[in-house]
Design a protein around this ligand. Structure first.
Ligand SMILES: *[C@@H]1O[C@H](CO)[C@@H](O)[C@H](O)[C@H]1NC(C)=O
Ligand SMILES: *[C@@H]1O[C@H](CO)[C@@H](O)[C@H](O)[C@H]1NC(C)=O
Length: 424
């Protein structure tokens, strides 16, 4: 119990982008494996290396603000566009329930059938954080509430249905996956509701679609994405598309969260030189467009960048939406590459191993706005209540493959062109 309590505290503190969970009912167990249907046969979740699946991605950091994929659910299948979120576990879609706060027309909502996951299932337990352990009878429906720092919250019921999946070896599988049918979405203040039908939760937890596919023996619990700086990219499940070498890996921190992909400690270098910013703990979160550092680190970075700009032809410019720090030149800037030389690269040096670095060129932390200004894509997490956390968002992950390997508990990356789908 005590452990659970601690976890909730850390979750609440985290509250960042696309981040998780509360309430629900549960107890007992849910044998997901017994529900697998693969072309009518069941497969054994044994030592098979597992398959892989690749999905084209749409979106960008700016102006879209998110990356999404289209997944089919049901039989006959219906397509849903989902925001890719490695910062939360539960996948959910807007629900035809009736629904409060749904943004899609009713023909784009998911229609629940008689497919509720009972509150006695372990997956129901996994989407709960201990706020509400009551399960009046084991057959009750599993209600959940997910909270996101930026979005607000979503209330729903846990269902299961087929997720038709084309593997890279051409097999078409029909695993049954538990997911949320969200019937009450509350959006936070000034934020506009997301324009996707739901969220694809790819966190470390048991409720994540990856954990479920792993339990079913379909793919390894490995997920990766390649987000293009310009538009789109791809997402993959499983490890078959990974090159045998050339990936930089850093271990996931154990015990920090059941959901979040955290890593570290790391130090920050600016222009290749130490900044004195050390011992950073970092969370890789694809549900966050920008990168957030705690207030103190943020201020240090801002000072370094500003100091470095003195005497250069960049002047302060008005803020752009979520981006408070912007610059302009005499003429509108046409490309980041026109001003790139005025900014130094940032490097995140993971100090728990040799040569584990995330190299960030200026275009990896700057945004070119529609007005032709450049803005800092690094934000003050302190203003979001993220005092103890630093979140690496999409902007730092552009034009590289980022891999979350839950089998080996490590996070990896390598630079590549994300506009080209990998050969399988
Ligand atoms: C493809 O991979 C899946 C999962 O590993 C396996 O069950 C299936 O038999 C494979 N299909 C072919 C045609 O090899
Ligand atoms: C990065 O960290 C490693 C491991 O602590 C250290 O040996 C190395 O000097 C650091 N690199 C730089 C450029 O500071």
């Amino acid at each position: 119990m005590e452990k659970k309590g601690k976890r909730i505290v850390s979750l609440v503190m985290m509250m960042l982008l696309f981040f998780i969970v509360i309430a629900a009912n549960f107890q007992g167990c849910f044998s997901a494996a017994s529900q697998t249907t693969i072309k009518g046969k069941s497969i054994t979740p044994a030592n098979d290396r597992g398959g892989s699946a690749v999905f084209p991605v749409t979106g960008n950091v700016y102006p879209a603000g998110h990356y999404s994929v289209i997944l089919n659910i049901g039989n006959p299948p219906k397509a849903f566009d989902l925001d890719i979120d490695t910062g939360s576990d539960l996948t959910w879609v807007q629900c035809d329930a009736p629904c409060t706060g749904c943004t899609k027309p009713s023909d784009k909502l998911y229609n629940p059938k008689n497919n509720r996951v009972p509150c006695s299932s372990s997956l129901c337990q996994a989407v709960s954080t201990g706020q509400n352990y009551n399960c009046d009878t084991p057959a009750d429906q599993c209600d959940y509430e997910v909270q996101y720092a930026d979005l607000g919250s979503s209330l729903g019921v846990l269902l299961s249905d087929y997720f038709p999946l084309r593997l890279t070896n051409s097999s078409l599988l029909q695993p049954r996956i538990a997911f949320g049918c969200g019937y009450d979405q509350k959006y936070l203040g000034p934020h506009s509701p997301p324009d996707t039908a739901g969220i694809l939760g790819l966190g470390r937890g048991k409720a994540s679609i990856l954990s479920q596919l792993r339990t079913l023996g379909i793919t390894k619990n490995v997920v990766g994405h390649c987000f293009s700086r310009v538009e789109g990219g791809y997402l993959f499940f499983g490890d078959r598309l990974l090159p045998p070498s050339g990936i930089t890996w850093t271990p996931m921190l154990r015990g920090s969260s059941d959901t979040l992909y955290s890593s570290g400690p790391a130090e920050l270098l600016f222009g290749g030189k130490p900044t004195g910013i050390r011992a950073l703990k970092l969370i890789f979160d694809s549900g966050s467009s920008y990168t957030y550092f705690n207030a103190q680190v943020y201020k240090s970075i801002l000072d370094l960048v500003r100091k470095d700009l003195s005497g250069k032809p960049l002047k302060d410019a008005p803020k752009e939406k979520a981006l408070p720090v912007c610059w302009k030149t005499a003429k509108p800037i046409k490309s980041i590459f026109d001003v790139k030389s005025f900014f130094k690269p940032l490097t995140i040096n993971f100090t728990n191993a040799k040569n584990v670095k995330l190299q960030l060129a200026p275009e990896d932390y700057l945004i070119l706005t529609k007005d032709g200004n450049v803005c800092l894509g690094i934000l003050n997490g302190g203003e979001q209540g993220l005092e103890n956390f630093n979140v690496i968002g999409d902007i730092f992950m552009q034009d590289r493959v980022v891999v979350y390997d839950n089998e080996r508990q490590q996070i990896g990356w390598f630079s590549t062109n994300c506009n080209r789908l990998p050969k399988s």
